[in-house]
Write a protein that binds this ligand. Sequence first.
Ligand SMILES: C[S@@+](CC[C@H](N)C(=O)[O-])C[C@H]1O[C@@H](n2cnc3c(N)ncnc32)[C@H](O)[C@@H]1O
Length: 274
Amino acid sequence: MTPPDSTEIELRLLMEAIYLKYSHDFRDYTGASQKRRVLYALEQFGLPTISALQEKVLHEPAMFAQLLQYLTIPVSEMFRDPAYFLALRRQVVPVLRTYASIKVWVAGCSTGEEVYSLAILLREEGLLERTLIYATDINPASLDRARQGIFALEAIRGYTANYQRAGGQCAFSDYYTAAYDAARFDPALCANVIFADHSLATDSVFAETQLVSCRNVLIYFNRQLQDRALGLFHDSLCHRGFLGLGSKESVDFSAYATRFDPLARPERIYRKAQ
Ligand SMILES: C[S@@+](CC[C@H](N)C(=O)[O-])C[C@H]1O[C@@H](n2cnc3c(N)ncnc32)[C@H](O)[C@@H]1O
């Protein structure tokens, strides 16, 4: 067996150091994409090697906070993949409507765009007031931005188009006030949202939910970690609860393949199997 090259070894040691020092577990993230992100961070920090980065991360917590921005990919958009939200509206909302109270978990919510999108959809369907949304992520800076609900005005044109394609029923501008180069979303949308630090790699289930939405997160995990996350979603969901993974991820080939029934195939929305 060929030994891993030095970069691979340094990468593994860095992830081990981060885990031991900060309890953030990146050890089961996919190698190639993680390596790309760490090498990019090295360039930005002007450091020669991953070992040099490791030394800084171990001795300077502020450095770890910066590195976290590279490791976590805080990229999102409102009504991203509109077909997903349209499918939720048409195929999931009618069932959610039958519950007296609803709990939704947005896992890996990043800077909050997915949460605001869901809140808008639920408000339009008359369900927001009886819904509690748990919006979780491991990046505290992203969670802070999500709580603020302020997004760049230049992105709003694209979000408006997404919203319309997602079956939006109002004018998208009803939901925000624009000032200078920012759009501030109606804080009432988040009256029943709990933004919290939670890791799919190390934490456990915290509530029973009717819908879990976790998109563009599992792609960064290896099979073992994907199975862990899917296990948490399975345990959290109520009888016949819904799991939305979005078009890039699926339960196929996972340990949970037979424990979810496909509901909307291209959008990868599932129901917990009987
Ligand atoms: C690309 S963003 C996806 C944002 C949003 N769900 C979307 O689809 O637009 C991936 C998010 O997953 C989060 N993440 C990465 N590892 C995680 C973990 N172990 N537990 C929870 N969230 C994690 C990152 O911090 C990042 O905010």
